[in-house]
Ligand binder design. Sequence first.
Ligand code: ADP
Length: 529
Amino acid sequence: MTETKTQSVPPERWQALVEAVERLAAAETLDDVIAIVRSKAREISGAEGVTFVLRDGESCHYVDEDAVGPLWKGKRFPLTACISGWCMLNDRSAAIPDIYVDERIPHDAYRPTFVNSLVMVPVKAGMPIAAIGSYWSAKRSFGADELALVEALARSTSVAIQALRMRASLRDSEARLRVALAAGDLGAWELSQDDDSLTSSSLCRAAFGRGDNETLDFAALLAAVDSGERERVTSAFDRARAARGDLSFECGIHWPDGSAHQVEMRGRAVLDANGRPRALAGVVRDVTEQRRAQEKLQRLQSDLAHAGRLTELGEMVSAIGHELRQPLTAANNYLSAARTMIGRLDEANAIKSVDKADAQFRRAQEILDRIRNFARKDDGGSSPQDVGSLIVEARELAMIDPRHRGVDVRIETDAGLPKVLVDKVPTQQVLLNLLRNAFEATSGRGHVQVHAGCGSSPSLVEISVRDDGPGIAPEVMDRLFQPFVTTKPNGMGIGLSICHSIIEAQGGKMWAESPPGSGARFVMTLPAA
Ligand code: ADP
């Protein structure tokens, strides 16, 4: 066997490398990569045989070859027992002019082959994961150019394998994202910054009433928004696209078939490498059904609260009759006195008497107005309410019942208390209920203290009603806010459950405390206005 001298690399081999690099860049699978290396490596190296070796745990797997005579295709060797393993373990190339004088070579494995010299280069993807071997029948040395050529092929191969892995993990995370989006009924969309083009998933188009094959562009999306809300929505998009905060809104839309829907949209600016907004990407969800269910629930709660008020008034009806009878009787007396005075031509006193009758009528009117307001069906919505007035008015209603007139009610409100954002009538209903329960607990003769102060957070106001009655019976303590829980012979046991739902519906909380020997204390929090 003769030793050949190295020559400079002919241009066709560089050309073959360029072609291999181009094809590797487009490789879709590991098999593609192996096939490209197999078909091009001999051209590039000018060798009589090439192998592609994959690291498989602790062994080298000779997965493919292209050679003038058989090599080791399909065989596995321990990493420590072959030159490809040495290259991978040491992360270095090996150029071996005479394999039979190199200790790293398992000579027995080479004896049946044509090989006398070789170049082995590792392929890295973070760590060496493969190797490319080139083999010659002649003993020969290798020039730097030749080595550079096969190392360039190895580098391109490693880039191709890393790109494959990245694409695979991207596909994985896209698949996971798709599963998550589908599970949350979320449609995905992306709005390009450059040309306003909108890319949307089929769930996104479905949220806007579009079929799978129909398109949805940004103009159509904005046009679908109810006209009264379009300006708000457009400026929300503008703000988010300028990366001044996230996009988050809910709005009414109309589908092309004319039906009304409600969607919730969230998004965030996607920045380019220079930190400039490139697009706005986000999700959309059709919340029509949820909103309908919520509205229905609210209506039911409001009906229940109203029924509770009527029950409360029903229980107070004889007291109300009594309360009205007083001013009406007084007014009647003043009017008959005035009639007598007119008969005596005492005009001045007759007028005074009519004025007094008028004042009594007004008092009766006030009582009626308060009761009518209380019995009203619609709640009037949330508005800022003065806590002191809410409590005083509820106390006046509670005190209509003559059985409770002996109770000593003290009201304390902390200085500088903010107004609360509540529905006035249902909130008074809660206070009335708590007061009447406290009055009953003290058998109309005890002490009741109402305190309004700043709660644990500045956004809440805390109102408590404390009495010095016997305290809450232990057997009902845990179920106090459930309906039909009562210890009273004629009780319905629905008052507190209604109170609880009224307070929660307004964003507050309600609880009760009854330390042994200290009566009962009911506490509620309400949102500060
Ligand atoms: P009802 O007054 O018809 O029983 P509620 O829901 O208003 O219905 O009250 C449920 C139960 O809670 C009462 O029966 C009573 O046992 C208990 N309770 C409510 N307020 C007090 C209180 N201030 N002191 C002691 N127990 C109370």
